[in-house]
Design a protein around this ligand. Structure first.
Ligand code: C2E
Ligand code: CA
Ligand code: CA
Length: 570
């Protein structure tokens, strides 16, 4: 006998029993009523125990799979079902089943029941034939509109359904949101975990989205890891995405910490934009995100469009520009304590056909975001290697060239192979090629980068930590990373109210670096005064406008040819 209100849940099907006055309604009676109800509903029901053995299936289940014994049913069902959401208590997706009668689309709910020790006890499946199954072309139509991997609407399906919705609600004064989510660095996760696990993350994400949305929301997978949602103000809940990422994380076994979600949101007061424009704007917001937070949001703003168009031009023209040799290296000299030239840093410039020169800050961040940077860096490293080769047996033969390694390079190419390949190809001394790795990249992945640095050092390269002091845990990093040179961030030389404090820090960094057996380069040296005090602190190498801005290679050669000769003669 139930004294309190009782509550039953089968997936979404909730039975509610309100403190009955009827004292004759025993548990047995209630169970029998429920059994009757289950028999008469038009759903297919299957229950499994913790070893995936059927404990209950209704007659509709046997009919659907055209089998008579529970062993056959077990086999048919488990062969068909693609359920790899391991720890998800509740999941919901669509799947096609092909029988003698043709293909039909089914909506599946899986509810898992765990005991108090969090051990799986039962899995209950509630399967419903989708309403659009009126003809046996259902499978074909379903495939056109749905994504086979997640069972959600695909790009065409999503666009179609949103346009239908727009037609119906065009005069609405309710605010709507078009939201696109992106799993940060999904390509990389795919590479690391393999396609199968990557697919499984997408499938899980799809199912989680489905279980978190309201029936009137429209959602689908546009492509790759981009899921899109159209919701009205009423149903809009930003915190849902935090939930979503936590659920997805709970599903995958490795690299959980690495999984981050970015959410681009386009808020619309009316539905005048067509679906393509809506998606474009949400995508633009998405692309503007640079935060490393586990879940990062950005709302679309009109200014973003202009920026996006400029960025797009960079990405579209990159290939041709690279082929046409529009990327050039400029060299900025590096001096020793006596002010003599000892080497230079190669800094890339984009020189367009009309001779306009674009500085790296205008295109490097874009190329980094679109994963093209490693192609440019490979090219720049090669230009530097070619130059070093050319300088052999000339007055410049003692000079080194320092090149930049972008944080993204390590994700997309084998930096060690690429660099060693270049010195072999051009028969240059590794020590002539200095490699600048920014401290932020080291902090992001200390173990891997530390190993790479050691390998590069062993091969004879000079490894420098660029922008030292600009990150959050510079000192901590120094403990484990054994680079040759620390390149101090120019922020310490910038004019500020705390000049005295900056100097104390600079002095201490230089002192500490020396004690650690490393060399120091200070960049951004603009005045003789700065050069003097850095020299008194014992800094080894100086780079900055005091000596020269970065200049085209020919100009560099012309400028230093004479000086260098003179020095050599002395
Ligand atoms: P970075 O590696 O820290 O390079 C130093 C930047 O400071 C250069 O800007 C240089 O022109 C500038 N600079 C040098 N001396 C002074 C000075 O005395 N005062 C001031 N105010 N600035 C000075 P640039 O050439 O515009 O490069 C900016 C950034 O672009 C570089 O910063 C580097 O992070 C990136 N970059 C440049 N070339 C490449 C490349 O080939 N590959 C990659 N991945 N990144 C590059
Ligand atoms: Ca640098
Ligand atoms: Ca720097």
């Amino acid at each position: 006998m139930f004294n309190d209100d009782a509550y039953f849940r089968f997936g979404n099907y909730v039975g509610y029993r309100n403190g009955f006055a009827d004292s004759d309604l025993t548990n047995e009676k209630l169970v029998s009523i429920l059994q009757q109800a289950i028999k008469s509903i038009n759903l297919i029901l299957l229950c499994f125990d913790d070893e995936n053995k059927i404990t209950y299936a209704n007659s509709k289940a046997f009919k659907m799979f055209n089998v008579t014994s529970s062993e056959e049913l077990e086999k048919e069902f488990l062969d068909w079902i693609s359920n790899d959401t391991k720890h998800l208590e509740y999941s919901n997706w669509c799947q096609i089943y092909e029988s003698m009668e043709g293909e039909k689309v089914y909506d599946i709910i899986c509810q898992k029941i765990y005991d108090t020790d969090n051990k799986l006890r039962n899995s209950i499946y509630v399967i419903d034939e989708c309403v659009q199954n009126s003809s046996n072309k259902a499978g074909v139509r379903y495939r056109q509109m749905h994504d086979p991997l997640t069972g959600l609407l695909n790009r065409d399906g999503f666009c179609h359904v949103v346009e239908e919705y727009r037609k119906l609600h065009i005069n609405t004064d309710e605010t709507h949101y078009l939201i696109i989510t992106n799993i940060r660095d999904f390509k990389l996760i795919n590479q690391m975990l393999g396609d199968k696990d990557g697919d499984s993350i997408l499938k899980t994400t799809g199912r989680i989205i489905r279980s978190l949305m309201y029936p009137e929301d429209i959602y689908g997978r546009l492509y790759a890891d981009k899921f899109a949602v159209l919701v009205s103000e009423r149903n809009f809940d930003k915190s849902m995405y935090r939930n979503m990422i936590n659920l997805v994380r709970s599903q995958i076994t490795s690299d959980k910490q690495g999984l981050r979600l970015q959410v681009g949101i386009y808020r619309m007061e009316d539905l005048s934009d067509d679906v393509i424009t809506m998606c474009d704007k949400a995508l633009i917001a998405l692309k503007s995100i640079s935060s490393e937070e586990p879940v990062a949001y950005a709302y679309y703003e009109p200014l973003m469009m202009q920026k996006a168009l400029t960025e797009k031009a960079v990405v579209t023209n990159f290939d041709t520009a690279l082929k046409n040799g529009e990327f050039k290296i400029y060299l900025q000299p590096q001096m020793n304590q006596r002010g003599e030239l000892i080497g230079s840093e190669a800094l890339v410039r984009w020189k367009k056909i009309d001779n306009t020169v674009i500085p790296p800050n205008a295109f490097i961040p874009v190329l980094e975001k679109s994963n093209l940077i490693s192609r440019l860096d490979l090219y720049v490293w090669e230009l530097a290697a070619i130059k070093l080769r050319e300088w052999q047996h000339t007055e410049f033969s003692d000079l080194y060239i320092s090149v930049n390694i972008s944080p993204r390079d390590m994700e997309f190419i084998d930096v060690y192979d690429a660099i060693t390949g270049l010195v072999d190809k051009y028969e240059i001394e590794p020590a002539k090629l200095h490699l600048e790795i920014t401290e932020t990249v080291i902090m992001r992945n200390p173990a891997t980068v530390s190993e790479l640095i050691t390998k590069l050092k062993d091969a004879g390269f000079v490894v420098e930590i660029d922008d030292f002091g600009s990150g959050y845990s510079s000192l901590n990093m120094l403990k484990d990373i054994k680079a040759d040179v620390i390149k101090i961030d120019m922020g310490f030389l910038r004019k500020s109210e705390n000049e005295e404090r900056s100097r104390i820090i600079l002095d201490s960094i230089i002192y500490m670096t020396k004690r650690l057996g490393m060399g120091t380069v200070t960049e951004g040296v603009e005045t003789t005064k700065q050069f003097e005090f850095l020299r008194s602190m014992g800094c080894d190498v100086y780079q900055g406008y005091l000596f020269s801005k970065p200049v085209p290679v020919q100009e560099f050669e012309a400028k230093y040819s004479h000086v260098y000769n003179a020095e050599k003669i002395i």
